[in-house]
Design a protein around this ligand. Structure first.
Ligand SMILES: [Zn+2]
Length: 119
């Protein structure tokens, strides 16, 4: 579980390239020859992405209250405050295609809703 290999500059820019080009985390992990968990940790460590869930968190955050953030919606760039870890605004949530997205992403979009078809 403790893969602490530091990334080279090339690897970091490759990660960035893949993020910019909408690679799935699975594809990125495959490219790096690791599992998606490791990939996500690398992204978090490099500050390229953030994920929900204790296993990626740097410190145990307060789970009790719903934190808000004003991150721009991934679909329409709307930056009205949303519950933290919700990457897509409510308006876009309804008609989003979730195929190929990582589980944590889908969970973030569907907090409390249980009607997502498995890929
Ligand atoms: Zn939106």
């Amino acid at each position: 579980m403790t893969t602490r290999t530091p990334l080279t500059k090339n690897q970091v820019s490759r990660l960035r390239f893949m993020l910019d080009n909408d690679y799935s985390y699975r594809a990125m992990a495959k490219d790096f020859g690791c599992c998606t968990d490791t990939l996500k940790r690398m992204l978090v460590r490099e500050g390229l992405a953030e994920f929900d869930g204790a296993k990626y968190a740097v410190s145990p955050a307060s789970k009790a209250e719903v934190a808000m953030w004003s991150r721009a919606c991934l679909r329409c760039k709307d930056d009205k405050p949303r519950p933290k870890w919700q990457y897509i605004c409510d308006r876009c949530k309804g008609n989003v295609d979730v195929s190929g997205l990582p589980d944590s992403f889908i969970e973030a979009m569907n907090t409390g809703v249980d009607d997502v078809d498995e890929i």
